[in-house]
Design a protein around this ligand. Structure first.
Ligand code: NAP
Length: 341
């Protein structure tokens, strides 16, 4: 049997998601990592930036030159902040690359909505129209063969996977879905920010951006698509003083007061029976169990007349770089689990 080797590049490899991608791609049998592209003037050796890579990957970063990347790679992962990403994606596509963008730039379908949420006009509406939202468990067939995949946000991944089985089966009443969420500090990226310094975060626990977080419209967009009707969400994020991991708790009203917990559990098992990365558990999920994995662990409870769904992911893996590799596998017709199990 002949195996195809896919040449991969990363734009923004000095990021947290970039580091996770490098580690995942090094262990992916079908991938050759050929190009690390950085916007820095002083281009770093990636192993000096991340000493954990010494002896594993000691590539020197090169400039973000779309034509050069296009000559040396088949797929490029873009690990830049929003706005910066869409300034590079058009040239990368023009250079013939398949693109998995980890930023928010191609996730919100409506450019006017993007502008109101991100405070910046969309600069690449042409490619936005063709971008595919890369949540494989819900939109797999759209991802297969796609050229530009918008990799979902970390919080939206955990929320959409938790609510989808109930919405698909019309098991919940119309009304705002409450999503209570907590994320480890890497969710905010590697850049230095005073409120994320160790003494500010350690031993504390607080909510932030209540009802205002940029992921709320993304969650609403996905759930509206799943349900086929406008769906609203109240999203309450918290900063959890751990490095990585997201736990979300969703509160929903049952459509039928007579439904019992076993029937709800069966709905989740039916929905995700065939999914390699979703583990429907009897017990309550813990971020510790999904750390460094592409799994989403979840379960459901019925209490005080409310449906409560719990989901846990690693924000940097299923919430970012692992899901990006899962999407790349689908885009190139590989086994979806390659490099991820
Ligand atoms: N962290 C998560 O859990 C997570 C989850 C899902 C999605 N995402 C998204 O994935 C993307 C990367 O996130 P991250 O947390 O890994 O980021 P990060 O650690 O903050 O790193 C950002 C990267 O972008 C580079 N960069 C920043 N501005 C740039 C510019 N104008 N031109 C060129 N390069 C620039 C930085 O380079 P320097 O090192 O030179 O500054 C760095 O490599 C973001 O859009 C983020 O929203 C993150």
């Amino acid at each position: 049997m002949t195996y195809m080797t896919i040449r991969a590049a990363i734009v923004g490899p000095t990021s947290y998601t970039g580091l996770e991608l490098i580690k995942l791609l090094l262990s992916h049998e079908r991938i050759e990592l050929t190009y690390l592209a950085s916007g820095r003037e002083q281009l770093p050796n990636i192993a000096e930036e991340f000493p954990g890579l010494i002896g594993r990957c000691e590539m020197v970063c090169r400039p973000i030159d779309a034509a050069a990347i296009g000559r040396e790679a088949d797929v490029v992962f873009v690990c830049l902040p929003h706005v910066a990403a869409m300034q590079h994606v058009p040239a990368l596509l023009d250079a013939g690359l398949r693109v998995v963008d980890l930023s928010a730039d191609y996730r919100i379908e409506d450019p006017a909505r993007y502008a109101s949420v991100y405070g910046h006009d969309h600069e690449d509406t042409e490619n936005l129209a063709d971008a595919v939202y890369g949540l494989p468990e819900l939109f797999r067939r759209h991802i297969e063969g796609a050229t530009l995949v918008a990799n979902p946000g970390c919080y939206p991944t955990a929320a959409a996977l938790a609510a989808a089985p109930l919405l698909q089966r019309s098991l919940v009443r119309d009304g705002t879905i409450v999503v209570n969420a907590a994320s480890g500090v890497t969710g905010a990226g590697r850049g230095a920010k005073p409120h994320l310094h160790f003494p500010e975060v350690a031993e504390g626990f607080t909510a932030y951006n209540v009802g205002l977080h940029r992921h709320q419209p993304e969650i609403e967009q996905t759930l509206s698509r799943v349900k086929g009707r406008e769906t609203t969400v109240l999203f309450v994020p918290h900063l959890l003083p751990i490095n990585r991991g997201i736990l979300e708790t969703l509160y929903l009203e049952p459509a039928d007061d007579q439904i019992n917990e076993d029937e709800l559990f069966t709905a989740f098992e039916d929905a995700y029976d065939e999914e390699p990365f979703i583990r429907v558990r009897n017990d309550l999920p813990n971020v510790r169990d999904v750390r460094d994995t592409n799994f989403c662990d979840m379960t459901v409870r019925l209490a005080q007349g409310r449906i409560i769904v719990f989901s846990a992911i690693d924000n940097l893996i299923k919430g970012a770089s692992g899901q990006a590799v899962q999407n790349m596998n689908l885009m190139f017709g590989l086994d979806e689990t390659e490099g991820l199990m």
